[in-house]
Design a protein around this ligand. Structure first.
Ligand code: AMP
Length: 418
């Protein structure tokens, strides 16, 4: 990154969409969508991207990154011309659908033809959409390749490629697919890359497939997690179910997302908590797509209030009502911690969220890695009337703040023992 490019970070953020180089039609659509003030990533990325420059935006979901990359694309594509002009790659089916939904919101023009190319759904309707001349294709790398191989998706007319949540796509093994796609794309194109974290594999991908990109890093080296109160609770592994039930009772959260390390772990918690509570569900990659869609829809509508997810699934969840994140299993990689807690304290929500991480006595090093990653000491939290087996010495001042989401009890007081 040159010195000149670094300067883009220090510019004063613009406070109105009209200062970002967007045309009148897009400004009108933004007004209708209720977007008044650009978020920091939008204020930084849009003015550069509308000029056709490659950009890397370090931003997590919930910061308005979808509009940040979509608006410059929408401004530059020609809606009178059928055929693929923009390809957006995303790590999960859910995220692809979310991106498509946001684009439709930002561009209600009937001549915009959008196709969502995701696995787990029949090929034929996707193929038909492409044949109808979709100008924008959004999808997961595997299914996109499928359509390229079948001759349904032609890349020679592409002018824009977006890699959304690039770190996650690489994490889950999409690197070969992404490279295969990028090698087939025209060299003369604009590439935008969005990523919550910038590990070396993402940097390598950017170096190889982007042209002199401007890097917009709003998080600097410190991940901005100020909107979330973060705590850890030391607990013996076989007391975790009990702890979760007590914590839910004490906190009375509006909506909670619980992360487990494995799909089996998610199912197990779902079984246990569904016996005692309504509005509980699990979501992970082994569930059939219609079930996943239904669970996400109900979570978004607030019908599900306790959702248990694995990392891959949790990543695609954009639900403004989430007040609490509970890391039932401490994340294996500290970047996953950042992604997990990024589910609360979202742009569209004005409440301050809380994140709790259960830490087994032998997982202290993992907690330290996370603290180093986020450059922030996580405080210990105490749950009333709960004795974790052999609790470790508190490392810091103990806080007993309550994060009341609403007054309705999610958990019955006589929740019982497990
Ligand atoms: P994203 O980070 O793209 O997942 O966006 C998070 C949520 O914020 C989505 O529900 C968007 O519709 C919404 N959003 C994005 N930008 C703005 C904005 N400037 N003003 C209000 N809401 C926004």
């Amino acid at each position: 990154m040159t010195k000149e490019k670094k300067k883009t970070k220090k510019k004063k953020a613009k406070s109105s969409f009209s200062e970002l180089g967007l045309n009148d039609e897009i400004l009108k659509n933004l007004g209708e969508a209720g977007y008044e003030i650009p978020s920091p990533i939008q204020a930084e990325l849009i003015p550069i991207a509308v000029k056709g420059q490659d950009c890397i935006g370090q931003a997590r979901t919930g910061t308005g990154k979808t509009a940040a990359f979509s608006l410059p694309v929408l401004q530059q594509i020609d809606l009178r011309r059928p055929g693929a002009q923009a390809l957006i790659l995303a790590p999960t089916r859910e995220l692809s659908e979310q991106v498509a939904e946001e684009i439709r919101k930002l561009c209600p023009d009937k001549s915009l033809n959008l196709s969502v190319l995701v696995g787990g759904k029949p090929l034929r309707p996707q193929e038909n959409q492409l044949k109808r001349g979709a100008q924008i294709a959004v999808g997961t790398p595997g299914r996109v390749i499928d359509h390229i191989n079948r001759g349904n998706l032609k890349l020679n007319t592409l002018e824009f490629v977006v890699l959304d949540e690039a770190d996650r796509m690489l994490d889950i093994g999409f690197r070969p697919d992404i490279e295969k796609i990028l090698r087939k794309c025209p060299e003369k194109r604009q590439t935008l890359l969005l990523s919550a974290t910038m590990p070396p594999p993402v940097e390598r991908l950017a170096r190889r497939y982007m042209q002199d990109p401007v890097v917009i890093n709003l998080s600097e080296d410190k991940v901005s997690v100020d909107a979330i109160d973060q705590y850890y609770i030391t607990v013996d592994p076989n007391r975790k179910v009990k702890l979760l039930s007590r914590l839910l009772f004490q906190e009375r959260p509006k909506q909670t997302l619980v992360f487990t390390r494995t799909k089996r772990g998610a199912d197990k918690l779902d079984r246990i908590f569904s016996k005692k509570l309504k509005a509980v569900a699990a979501i992970h990659g082994d569930l059939p797509q219609p079930k996943r869609d239904r669970v996400l829809k109900e979570f978004r509508e607030g019908k599900i209030r306790l959702l248990i997810a694995t990392d891959v699934m949790g990543r695609g969840i954009d639900v403004s009502g989430i007040s609490h994140i509970i890391n039932y299993d401490i994340p294996e990689f500290s970047d996953d911690y950042v992604h997990r807690i990024g589910r609360v304290g979202r742009l569209s929500s004005d409440q301050k969220g809380a994140a709790f991480t259960f830490v087994a006595p032998d997982e202290g090093d993992q907690l330290t890695n996370i603290e180093n990653r986020i450059n922030h000491m996580i405080s210990e939290f105490r749950v009333d009337d709960f004795e974790a087996y052999q609790p470790q010495k508190p490392r810091k001042k103990i806080e007993t703040v309550s994060h009341l989401g609403n007054t309705e009890h999610l958990i019955n007081p006589d929740f019982g023992d497990f």
